[in-house]
Design a protein around this ligand. Structure first.
Ligand code: DHB
Length: 364
């Protein structure tokens, strides 16, 4: 495994934190769940509130029999590093100038610089898990791939605080903009606010953040929010992006290297796990059964789950945010979509099914 940053840097970043049942199952099946099962917080569903009213609870457990876990990506990364150390896997950090070559041959080459040495690694396969800004996707010729992109005209300002979170994950649609209440532990809360793209963190001292957050929730929920000093604050733009296919010769893309979702829906990390599940299964079939069938359908199979999550993340983003420049018509249509969701059980079941994530496809 080649990593650009240091371990300390990787483990200092606050990232996603809501795990689908499928992700929880994959971590358990691979012996990676001991700490997650101890420290993670199970949830049966999530709440949506709007226009100062108490809204609805989307009961995912009741409708589709699946649960969620709030457990931080940073904790999963710690658990993965620990597992890699236990099996004495070679993990190189501080790796620079990575380039991929001869991807259409049986022996792709990965060249990089590490501790001042220029190294050429002869591989059998390359898993490109290096994120949206990584080198893997750009190693595929433009003529051999197609990109689908949507940029949203706002970002999320996120805050982490050592305070007791609200009991549920709660999405809020408010005239002042979207807000989200989430958690990373019994005494670690994560909150987000929709903000303009040019927002500067320095303009958002903690007091302003908490006041704005409370203004976007109905009074009873606002009163339950426990404030405190932030221990992390960041702004991220919202974007949908897919690059197809997810394979080029012996290079297989997984996670943000191939697709990005806006955080509404908490799908990014879960999709990365699902790609890796499909890829690991395909590589096992290659090495154990001498079969390339699953490698050959990796991209198609992974993309079905990717597009399902891309679509629901886009839908929730459109449903829950206030769009600059939206017309009165757009606004009314959004309000009535929320009313429909509140009044229709089939609509709630459909959202629950997609929010929970599609089941994995079988190997046949
Ligand atoms: C987080 C939680 C969510 O439910 C979501 O949609 C996005 C992010 C989080 O806890 O970071």
């Amino acid at each position: 495994m080649l990593e650009k940053h240091s371990r300390a840097h990787v483990l200092s970043r606050i990232r996603a934190g809501v795990l689908e049942q499928t992700t929880v199952d994959v971590l358990r099946a691979n012996g990676l769940s001991e700490r997650m099962d101890r420290e993670g917080q199970p949830h049966d569903g999530m709440r949506v509130v709007w226009a100062g009213r108490d809204g609805i609870f989307i009961d995912v457990a009741k409708h589709v029999g699946k649960r969620f876990m709030t457990y931080g990506q940073t904790c999963i990364q710690e658990d993965l590093f620990a597992a890699a150390d236990r099996r004495q896997a070679l993990v190189l950090t501080g790796v620079e100038r990575v380039t991929l070559d001869q991807l259409l041959s049986d022996c792709p080459l990965v060249r990089f610089r590490h501790n001042g040495d220029e190294i050429v690694l002869a591989c059998e396969f390359v898993a490109g898990c290096d994120g949206f800004h990584g080198v893997s996707r750009s190693a595929i010729p433009v003529s051999a791939r197609r990109e689908f992109t949507k940029d949203y005209p706002f970002g999320w300002l996120g805050i982490l605080a050592r305070t007791r979170p609200l009991t549920d994950i709660i999405y809020a649609n408010h005239p002042r903009g979207f807000a989200l209440a989430s958690a990373r532990g019994p005494n670690l809360s994560r909150y987000y606010l929709q903000v303009p793209l040019d927002t500067k963190i320095d303009d958002w001292p903690d007091g302003r953040f908490w006041a704005e957050l409370k203004a976007r929730y109905p009074a009873d929920l606002a009163n339950e929010i426990v404030t405190g000093p932030s221990i992390e604050k960041s702004v991220a733009p919202l974007r949908s992006f897919v690059s197809e296919p997810m394979r080029y010769g012996r290079l297989f893309l997984a996670g943000d290297a191939a697709h990005v979702v806006p955080p509404t829906g908490a799908k990014g990390l879960n999709l990365a796990v699902s790609d890796v599940f499909y890829l690991a299964r395909a590589l096992r079939a290659f090495y154990c059964d001498n079969s390339t069938t699953l490698l050959d359908c990796y991209s198609e199979m992974a993309l079905r789950r990717v597009w399902s999550s891309v679509r629901i993340s886009w839908y929730l983003t459109m449903l829950l945010h206030r769009f600059p420049g939206s017309s009165d018509f757009d606004q009314r249509a959004q309000e009535y979509e929320l009313e429909y969701l509140k009044s229709s059980k089939p609509a709630q079941v459909a959202l629950a099914e997609q929010y929970a994530g599609l089941p994995f496809e079988g190997p046949n």
